[in-house]
Design a protein around this ligand. Structure first.
Ligand SMILES: Cc1cc2nc3c(=O)[nH]c(=O)nc-3n(C[C@H](O)[C@H](O)[C@H](O)COP(=O)(O)O)c2cc1C
Length: 402
């Protein structure tokens, strides 16, 4: 079991997502971890210490000034007798305390006293997540070496609220914990990778642009999967609403030409995976001011110019990476179009997917891909985009290091 006898101190703070930490406890114990829970006072408004204690098969620690637990300065022992401290969910409040070194309850005192790695899974309303104080606290915590998983984009518990703020799913948190505690094989250690992701935005004028429906989920997942295998990954991302992945250095761009420049300036690299849905065309000369609608006048013509072909540029570059993978988003003749791309673009592998609206691939969470290489076509089943990423990263590692 991958987390056999690993000691995890799980701090549960007060948020709706606390119910998911019950499942997290189960998942961790299934993998052999020993879970010791700490609950804040607010957490106990959402789930009971009884449920947490039953699932973890452990005493649940709730009070800093507990006569029993503090006989031997228990909060310091809790902080040290563990392999990893996990905070899930991490409330905005607890993050603020951590960033400022407050220690007025058991959870915050343990977090201040610990010398072990700390992983936090924030969960809050998107407005709380975007609020300037939270932004400042996130930056401070990252600078302090705190590991983050999420938050993710999606629907909130509150009606009609969506955005970034959902706690990562328990299995995602387990993956992050495993990567920290049992890194196992890192076949891509010492290798560098460049991944592109998301759409590009091609300006028409300062306020309007041409775009597509790419969410960045697949490219971001691939960047994270390569990093988990030990690669040093640069992700060049177009405009997306999902958070930067863990353990990856992310560069944000808008236009195809910016994306090309960001990619080329990072060569040489060992691996390139070009996932971004780069716009084929840009507006030949975008206006420097907002184009005004004139009564009685015909709509302005849009003259398009061809954008750089980033995959082809990388595939034929003098510093061509040893493995170049391209994505082919097609709506017709997926294999034929993917195969013809392989040679034209100088790629080793094309991941072809059908992005017809009925497949729900573009913007969705699942993908059904065909891997086209010199060796033929391998058809993968319908998978979660994270699973596609894991498999692809493993395949790349196998091709690169055997
Ligand atoms: C119904 C309800 C839901 C809440 N959900 C969250 C949440 O998801 N994230 C968050 O940061 N705070 C949330 N709060 C606010 C926290 O519970 C509050 O800031 C509390 O003081 C946090 O305490 P703690 O950090 O000690 O656990 C919620 C409050 C209520 C009443």
């Amino acid at each position: 079991m991958e987390l056999s006898n690993k000691r995890i101190l799980l701090i549960i703070s007060g948020g709706i997502a606390a119910y998911k930490s019950l499942d997290l406890i189960r998942r961790l114990r299934e993998r052999g971890a020993l879970v010791r829970p700490v609950m804040t006072k607010a957490a106990q408004e959402f789930i009971t210490p009884l449920a947490v204690g039953a699932l973890s098969a452990s005493h649940v620690y709730t009070d800093l000034f507990s006569r029993e637990d503090e006989q031997d300065v228990g909060h310091i022992r809790l902080a040290r007798d563990t392999d990893l401290v996990v905070v899930a969910p991490a409330s905005a409040d607890l993050m603020a305390k951590m960033a400022n070194g407050l220690a007025d309850d058991l959870a915050s005192a343990v977090l201040l006293a610990t010398d072990r790695p700390v992983l936090i899974a924030p969960a809050m309303n998107p407005k709380m997540w975007e609020a300037p104080p939270t932004r400042r606290n996130v930056a401070t915590l990252k600078a302090d070496g705190i590991h983050f998983i999420g938050p993710m984009a999606g629907e909130m518990a509150e009606r009609n609220e969506a955005g970034v703020g959902r706690m990562a799913e328990p299995l995602e948190i387990v993956k992050a914990i495993t990567a920290l505690l049992a890194p196992g094989d890192r076949p891509l250690a010492g290798k560098t990778a460049i991944v592109t992701s998301g759409p590009t935005h091609e300006p028409i004028d300062p306020v309007r642009y041409i775009a597509n429906r790419s969410s960045g989920r697949q490219g971001h997942a691939i960047a994270a999967a390569l990093a988990r295998l030990g690669a040093e990954v640069t992700l060049v991302s177009g405009p997306v609403t999902i958070p930067d992945p863990q353990g990856v250095s992310t560069v944000h761009v808008e236009r195809a030409e910016e994306m090309r420049d960001a990619v080329v300036s990072r060569l040489p690299a060992d691996i390139a995976v070009m996932v971004a849905a780069v716009a084929d065309w840009r507006v030949a000369s975008s206006a420097g001011h907002k184009i005004k609608k004139q009564p009685g006048e015909a709509p302005p013509p849009l003259q398009l110019a061809e954008n750089p072909d980033i995959l082809k540029t990388v595939g034929h570059h003098e510093n061509r990476p040893r493995i170049v993978v391209g994505f082919a988003a097609e709506t017709q003749d997926v294999v034929a179009n993917g195969s013809s791309k392989l040679e034209r673009k100088g790629a080793d592998m094309i991941v072809a997917n059908d992005v017809s609206p009925e497949t729900g691939v573009m913007g969705g969470t699942r993908n059904r891909v065909k891997i086209i290489s010199g060796g033929g076509v391998d058809e993968w089943p319908d998978l979660d985009k994270d699973e596609v990423a894991e498999r692809l990263a493993a395949l790349i590692a196998q091709k690169l290091v055997g």
